[in-house]
Design a protein around this ligand. Sequence first.
Ligand code: UD1
Ligand code: CA
Length: 466
Amino acid sequence: MMLYEGAAETFRMKRRTCLAIVLAAGEGTRMRSALPKVLHAVAGRSLLAHVLDAIAKAKVDATAVVIGPRQDAVAAEVRRVAPKAGCFVQQARRGTAHAVLAAKPALKRRADDVLIVYGDTPLIRAATLKRLRAPLAKGAAVAVLAFRPSDPAGYGRLIVNKGKLVAIREEADASAGEKTIRLCNGGVMALAGAQALAILQRIGDRNRKGEFYLTDAVAAANGMKLKAAAIEAEEDEVRGINTKGQLAEAEAFAQRRLRKAALEGGVTFVAPETVFLSADTKFGKDVVVEPYVVFGDKVTVEDNAVIHSFSHLAGAHVGKGASVGPFARLRPGTRLGAGARVGNFVEVKQAVIEAGAKANHLSYIGDATVGADANIGAGTITCNYDGAEKHRTAIGKGAFIGSNSSLVAPVEIGAGAYVGSGSVITKDVPAGALALARGRQVIKEGGAARLRSLKSLGKKNPQSPD
Ligand code: UD1
Ligand code: CA
């Protein structure tokens, strides 16, 4: 009995290895942008990062990315997101099959399965990548991810003859009849590693564009008496991005997907369609987000916090039960402690606002720490920049900063200190001290009338009616 179980275990462990190749060498001229196409963002993350993320989640053994010459920014993004991936340069842009061959050294290592994913297809999910490998395990040499787009214009059409996938025809080469085919190529393909090089090397460039099309792998496999199969995916998952219009459509879909996941995780969105998220936005339990809030990248919101309308957050951590907005801006490096409150027209950057501290109205808190339970009055500004360097402001626990004060950094306000309204604080204030740094008020009895009469006489400087 034991022996039998052991044998089954060995059998199951014979896992197929997988190499993923991402094609990212295109300039994407139809984007009309100086930025390489795959570096455009959806949900706060580059198209390429989305694809690399899906590949990582699909648990492949190795990843190769094909980039264009002089695309240092693309290589840098690969290093940032997938440091273990290898980059290969396609010197001339001669088509998708030509691009795959740029990764020949990786192909030669003979993984069992080779997954080829286009870098401009950011919505692809790991589960679908795994699903596409299944036909290979059953003996197919090529597996194509197909879909039925609402508008097939621009996509390659799958030519199926008597139930057999025989070719993919690119739009430019398709006959009028072939253009009516709705089943299209989604831009993800799996090749059996053992045959991949032979298939790719059979592909020629005799087509309208004079390019080596990866899509011809299907006809090539047929010519070699190898099997080609297709599996279908939802349109939303395989949207390819060639234009800014398609980028916007992908963004809209990515947002719907993120909102749905957040709602399922228990976040309350009063009007979900008005809230914009990033792929890495994280929410705790019982968080409420009011209408019209934008979450840039790297935001975490802990349990019971409320984000009021028209707030913009990026690179910020919102602690338990904290309250943000309406009309607040939290910039990178912001950390709000439990129950902290940041109200309307308050901007916070590189600052920690500890538990229970409040900045409720019209403030700029930059490069600062605000101690627990401190109160920052309306209109308070940390003057962090002297034109050359940034300096820090430290406000102690329970301190009270009167309205309309300027705290000229570097400066420290001690715990429990009290700064009078309208002060310009340039020197440290010791703990528990009262600091007043403003012009003294002068009263002139009857002065109002004297001022008005001087004005009516056309006196040049009626401001000092002594
Ligand atoms: C491609 C497919 C088409 C499919 C569609 C799905 C081919 C020939 N056509 O068309 O069947 O329906 O995707 O979205 O494959 N790239 C390179 N080097 C090259 C050419 C392209 O790296 O020499 C990269 C691009 O950066 C891009 C990807 O390959 O990420 C696909 O190229 P693209 O020009 O966008 O192909 P489509 O015309 O959209
Ligand atoms: Ca494309």
